[in-house]
Unconditional design. Structure first.
Length: 125
């Protein structure tokens, strides 16, 4: 796993520095924690400068400090899919918010796995 450190925090935007040529890929998930051990999940959105990734926080960044160690997971953001989601409320990480227990889906998909719209499709149909 690739290891880095937080070099900047501005709201939901977090800059993470890695060793040269060890940058995680765009949309890869990076995990770190706050000073009080709350997990912070980041998604790489840009390679900024030579060895810095600009990330968007998917969880609150309150308490995240500079020089905090980070680990690139090698994974992308995925969510469960299927009929088990009918009537359920989940967060961006696919975790339930509705107090109905764990979402037990046989299949998960990458959030960034989109399909282009057919040119004939429109929002007015």
């Amino acid at each position: 796993m690739k290891e880095g450190k937080v070099v900047g925090v501005s709201g939901a935007v977090v800059d993470v520095q890695f060793k040269e040529r060890e940058l995680p890929v765009i949309y890869e998930i990076i995990k770190t924690s706050t000073f009080d051990d709350r997990e912070v999940v980041l998604e790489v959105i840009e390679h900024y400068e030579e060895n810095i990734c600009r990330c968007i926080a998917l969880t609150p960044t309150f308490g995240l400090k500079r020089n905090t160690p980070c680990v690139a997971t090698g994974e992308t953001l995925t969510i469960p899919v299927g009929d088990v989601l009918y009537g359920r409320v989940i967060n961006v990480l696919g975790k339930p918010l509705d107090n109905k227990g764990e979402v037990k889906s046989e299949r998960v998909v990458c959030v960034r796995n989109y399909q282009k719209m057919d040119k004939k499709s429109s929002f007015e149909e």
